[in-house]
Structure formats: structure tokens, C-alpha cells
Design a protein around this ligand. Structure first.
Ligand code: PMP
Length: 389
């Protein structure tokens, strides 16, 4: 009997019944499911087992400023940065967080002046900026800091905190500080400063750098981020924030993240022929950007940013940017790009959330192959003849 089991036959019938053009394609969040393929293939090398007696204590290393930081995780963070060459970890304090989201809030708490008789310090970032910054900054109506908007229009006469996201979410460009002021405190959000997205042009060495496994390895659900902090006092204050917020960070997640980061490093140093993690990511991103640019040309209704290539110290050759998001602009008489695409059953995030206008949307490039394939196909089929369904 060669026919499929009943349940499978049912699935096949359902698949047949779903017309690809009736499927809603949701690319609103930067959910990094694209990486599942690599980790499936990696199997045991990235798997951990935690016995019942392990990880009971609140404490990891009480001699460390960040007393809940698992030494194994810290070791793998330093090893990977050294290998990739994207950040200096020498003489830096590592503070671990429940995602870099928690570290962002810890950083604001640690960096804001404590004198509450003064106005809260302004937190600014150059538009288009990551849509969560204003929401996270003002959520608890802190007396210490407040969202100050687009850094390009900030006068810089009073003290401020400037967030530099490089490569930038949503538009993918490499960024430098833009406020021309003296009292500025800088936070570098480097979630996407990894070789699958952008050329690694220098080993960064700023005061406070934020990283996350969410976008580096794709393990957003593990909720692990880390900060590299030059000043001990700032690292202590960030640690205090996390202590009062969640009494530390899941050890289980840190151990898993350590295994994953270790597997990434191993894949790069392994002398066998198998593709390294960054080669896998780079190959997929290159392919996807090519497909997307082709779809945009075929449709004729959209435009995308153009990037120049730069020398990548990691690959030791010139390479191009392949951002984790596409910052897509609707051309011509289409005013509200998010609404326009929603009418074509494509869910994206409007430019208005990033401090720009509604002609723009942000589209995730990190979804599973099938969803991304449907997206580019549908986009290329939207033309001036059929644009209003
Ligand atoms: N910073 C930037 C620029 C991001 O894009 C994201 C995720 N979208 C984060 C921080 C938050 O990452 P995490 O999952 O580590 O909280």
C-alpha cells in the first residue's frame, strides 16, 4: 500500500485547498526563524541536557560585578567576538540580560543622572529609529529619562543619551552619532553587527555596546542579550537594575546560549567542508536580497535603499550589506504603504513607528524560506494594472 496515512492525506488535501494567494504573509516582526535550517542540521553539537540538580542557586559567580553571569556563557561571548573581530572584550565587563531589551532599560537607568531635581535626560536616536525605543523609554514614565525623538533635530544643548543602532533597524545603514553636542552619552546597539548582515569594518571599542542572540544566532526565544561595558560603576548599576527587575537572568538560557555561541565559533574554526554559521547566513541573505530586488524591479511600484560594499575584516574581502529588514518605499500615488500591502495580505510595519512617513514600511527578511518565497512572488505580481485589489 503506497497511499499516505489518513492524517497525512488530510494534510495534503488542506495544502491543496489553500491557494497561495489567500495566505496572509506576516513580516511585521523580525522573527529569526530563517536560522532553523542551520540548527536542525547542527543537531547534537548545539544540544544541551540540564539535569534536575543543576542551576538551582540564584548565584553564578559572586566575585564578578555581574554576579548572575554564567562563566561559561561569558567565555563563549569573548571567544566569538575575538573570532569575528566585531567588538573588543578586553578589560570589559559583561552584563547579561533577558534579551538586549532588558539591557536597554538597565542602560538607561545606569546612565541617566540621578539628580531628580533636574529634568529627565533626553534619549534620542536618528530617524528612522528602532520602533521599540520610544515605547520602551516612556513606558514607565521615568523621572530619570524621557524619549527626545529624532537625533537629527535635537539641539544638543542639554545632556542627552544617543542610541546608535548600527547596522540600523529598520533601514540597514551603518551609523555614527549625529548629535553635535557636548553632554552626550552614547549607547551602541549592535544587534546586527555580524558578518551575515554587514561587512565587519572595525573592532568596536565604545563605552557601552549591546548584543543579542536573537539576531546573531536566531535564538530570540532564548531571551539572552549581553552588554560590553567599559566603566565598572555603570556595569554595577546595570546589574542592580536587573537584580531588582528579575533577580538575575535564567541560568538555563545562559547555558543554552553558551552552547549555541560555542557551536557558531566551532563552525567557523572547523576544518571540514561543512558551511559555517556565518557562511550559511550570508548565503541566504544574499539570495533573499537578490530575489527581493528582482521582485521590486518586476513590480515597478516600490523602491529599496542602495548600499555600497566595504572591506570586511572577517571575510578578508569586499562584501555587501544584506540587512535583516528591507526598508521598502511605495512609489507614485500610493500614500500609505502599510495599508496598501495589507490589502494584498502582506503584513509589515509602517514607517510612522520609526519616526518617518507612511510611504515606508519595514519588512522582515528573516522568516522561513516558504513565507519569504511567497512574499517575493506576491510582491512581484503587484503591478500598476492590478494594484488595487
Ligand atoms: N535592538 C534592536 C535594534 C533590535 O532590532 C532588537 C530586536 N528586534 C532588539 C534590540 C531586542 O532584541 P532582544 O530580542 O535581544 O530583546
Amino acid at each position: 500500500n503506497t497511499s499516505p496515512p489518513a492524517a497525512l492525506a488530510e494534510d495534503i488535501e488542506v495544502e491543496k485547498a489553500i491557494q497561495p494567494d489567500s495566505v496572509i504573509i506576516n513580516l511585521d516582526h523580525g522573527d529569526p526563524t530563517m536560522y532553523e535550517q542551520f540548527w536542525e542540521k547542527t543537531g547534537e553539537k548545539a544540544t544541551i541536557v540540564i539535569p534536575g540538580w543543576q542551576s538551582l542557586s540564584y548565584f553564578s559567580d559572586i566575585s564578578n560585578v555581574c554576579w548572575f553571569l554564567e562563566p561559561e556563557f561569558a567565555g563563549e561571548v569573548r571567544r566569538l567576538h575575538k573570532l569575528v573581530g566585531n567588538a573588543n572584550t578586553d578589560d570589559r565587563h559583561i552584563v547579561v540580560g533577558t534579551g538586549s531589551t532588558q539591557l536597554y532599560m538597565a542602560a538607561l537607568y545606569a546612565l541617566a543622572p540621578t539628580d531628580t531635581s533636574k529634568q529627565p535626560i533626553s534619549v534620542v536616536s536618528a530617524a528612522p529609529f528602532y520602533s521599540s525605543y520610544p515605547l520602551m523609554t516612556d513606558f514607565l514614565k521615568s523621572g530619570l529619562y524621557k524619549w527626545g525623538g529624532d537625533a537629527y533635530t535635537f539641539n544638543g544643548e542639554e545632556p542627552y543619551i544617543e542610541l546608535i543602532t548600527s547596522p540600523n533597524n529598520p533601514d540597514g545603514f551603518t551609523r555614527k552619532p549625529v548629535v553635535n553636542g557636548t553632554g552626550g552619552i552614547l549607547v551602541h546597539d549592535l544587534a546586527y553587527y555580524w558578518p551575515q548582515y554587514t561587512p565587519i569594518t572595525s573592532q568596536l571599542d565604545h563605552e557601552l555596546l549591546l548584543f543579542t542572540v536573537s539576531k546573531s544566532t536566531g535564538h530570540a526565544g532564548t531571551r539572552i542579550g549581553w552588554a560590553l561595558v567599559k566603566d565598572k560603576n555603570i556595569a554595577q548599576k546595570m546589574t542592580k537594575f536587573i537584580e531588582l527587575n528579575t533577580i538575575g537572568v535564567s541560568k538555563d538560557s545562559q547555558l543554552r546560549a553558551a552552547k549555541i555561541l560555542g557551536a557558531v565559533s566551532d563552525s567557523c574554526t572547523d576544518s571540514s567542508d561543512s558551511e559555517s554559521f556565518f557562511e550559511f547566513g550570508r548565503r541566504l541573505m544574499t539570495q533573499r536580497w537578490k530575489q527581493l530586488r528582482h521582485a521590486v524591479r518586476t513590480s515597478g511600484l516600490f523602491s529599496l535603499p542602495e548600499f555600497t560594499s566595504d572591506f570586511c575584516n572577517y571575510y578578508e574581502k569586499y562584501s555587501e550589506l544584506h540587512p535583516a529588514f528591507a526598508w521598502l518605499r511605495c512609489e507614485g500615488d500610493i500614500e500609505d504603504c502599510e495599508k496598501f500591502l495589507r490589502d494584498h495580505k502582506i503584513i509589515t510595519r509602517s514607517g510612522k513607528h520609526f519616526g518617518r512617513d507612511i510611504k515606508f514600511v519595514r519588512v522582515s527578511m528573516l522568516d522561513r524560506d516558504k513565507n519569504f518565497g511567497l512574499f517575493v512572488e506576491r510582491l512581484s505580481n503587484i503591478t500598476s494594472e492590478n494594484k488595487f485589489p
